[in-house]
Design a binder for this molecule. Sequence first.
Ligand code: SAM
Length: 177
Amino acid sequence: MNEDQLSIADTTSDRPTSARAYGWLLGGKDNYEVDRRFIRAQLEHHPAGLDITRQNRLFLYRAVRYLTVEAGIRQFVDMGCGLPTDANVHQVAREFAPDARVVYVDIDPVVLAHGRALLAGDASTAVITADMRDQDAVLAHPDVERLIDFSEPVAALFLSVGHHLRDADGPSASCAP
Ligand SMILES: C[S@@+](CC[C@H](N)C(=O)[O-])C[C@H]1O[C@@H](n2cnc3c(N)ncnc32)[C@H](O)[C@@H]1O
């Protein structure tokens, strides 16, 4: 399977998507056989992929803990957040800072659907569908304006998403403050 066959966001079950396939690697249940088949094929060539995925997630926990405890950050924008898993950014941050506010951003609308279910009734966290390469759209989103105070420090997380940015996307500009 090549890059063009792996979809970033495809609401059908015809092609694997990044969010569903990665979610399955993390033990998630919201995926289709096409996602699992894609991952099995990848692991045949690159068996360490499973460990790397889980290590990436452990890095997320360490980074959010550091940002919350050591850096005093209370606001997070998680770009390319993926499907909810067992410990998401707001849950990790709130272990140390109960007042932490989080906006999850993903281009795949399936993430919004599952995120909303997880976050129902949580006024300090939102999930939005947006392209992280379009900073203006992210910054202008009503949930970002509602939850994020840009006069205070904000952590923008870009975790395990670099492979979705091509040179033509200008990754240094996409991720710049
Ligand atoms: C490999 S997963 C990483 C999930 C999570 N960040 C983590 O570290 O566990 C990549 C996610 O980035 C999302 N994504 C890819 N391109 C994107 C874009 N241009 N804007 C927003 N999200 C994007 C995909 O839909 C997918 O959910």
